[in-house]
Ligand binder design. Sequence first.
Ligand code: UD1
Length: 379
Amino acid sequence: MAETVAHVVGARPNFMKAAPVIRALEARGIAQTVIHTGQHYDAAMSDVFFRDLGLPEPDLNLGVGSGSQASQTAALMIALERAFGDLRPALAVVYGDINSTLAASLVASKIGLPMAHVEAGLRSFDDTMPEETNRRVTDLLSDLLFVTSPEGVDNLRAVGVPAARIHLVGNPMIDTLLANLSRFDPDRMRAELGLASGPYAVATLHRPANVDTPEAASRLVAMIDGVTELVPLVLPLHPRGRPTLEAAGLSASDRLRVIEPLGYVDFISLVRGAALVVTDSGGIQEETTILGVPCLTVRPNTERPITISHGTNRLVEPDAVVPLAREVLERGIRRPAEGPPLWDGRAGDRIAGIVEAWLRERTGGPAVPAATGAGTGGA
Ligand code: UD1
């Protein structure tokens, strides 16, 4: 039987990371299956991304859905154990830091299924974030660790991950961004949303620490109102935050457009034309860095410090967003001459080369060199 690679994806940010890896493995003729856990299930949170990115329909959709941290993770594990048992892949590939990633890595480890982690080594060092647990555990259980930026290599070495497992390959989410650049049309979005000419800002807010309690939601609504006084603001709202933010007084107006979550091409089109982005997302910190759009991240920390040192990102408390936004709108943001190393659109190909070599070695064939020689990190 052909050695199959099984990708496990579950929520919005996974899809942009998986697309270039799937494409590059396909180009090498490697058999693949795509397992969608169903962690995100709304059309606007999932289906539209498959369409936008030209991803194949998932071979399996586990339909796990929402739940508390433990009940969602447990349901994911039960469903994934069955899926891995049926499919018997040679390698599972997991992405990012969501609960589907953690569940897949726990199951894979327990049944002796080798695993690759794409976007390994990121650390916020903030254990109150569910994602930090997911990152730590997934990295310790993975056989192949694909790292997006150099500090990720250091983080992995610091917890004893063997150097031979660590591969600094660049950022597949940026592969997707660069491959689709010609499709990102801010003017189309401006027309669709009826935005007047002149600067506008975009906000996305969904982290539990920002939206799950009434107090945090009130602070955010005050922040949103303050930014809206400076500049018209578009807020594509994740379903997680809607109830608390509305209860805290969020209300749409001519200057504050509260809209449903957008698909990938529409969202990045909107961001590309923005004078400012205010967010608590992980991936948007990276995408704004490459697009050169100023990004204020409403969090006390980031697992992506390279977007500050090599990009347009700043961390900011909710109460400090308005003065900083004013400054950014007046003066822009200093963008370092050099972007993050290896964020060049070829991460997927590097990953596929390393996976191909790993598969050959496993089946006793001659090992092939990594696709680009981009460097295995931890050496
Ligand atoms: C998850 C990830 C987070 C990522 C985010 C991107 C974890 C721990 N968190 O957070 O890292 O940044 O996805 O969006 O895995 N909901 C819907 N429809 C959907 C999906 C969710 O209505 O299609 C609502 C449900 O009320 C659900 C809530 O959103 O309870 C949260 O969904 P969940 O998947 O648990 O986490 P996210 O907050 O989306």
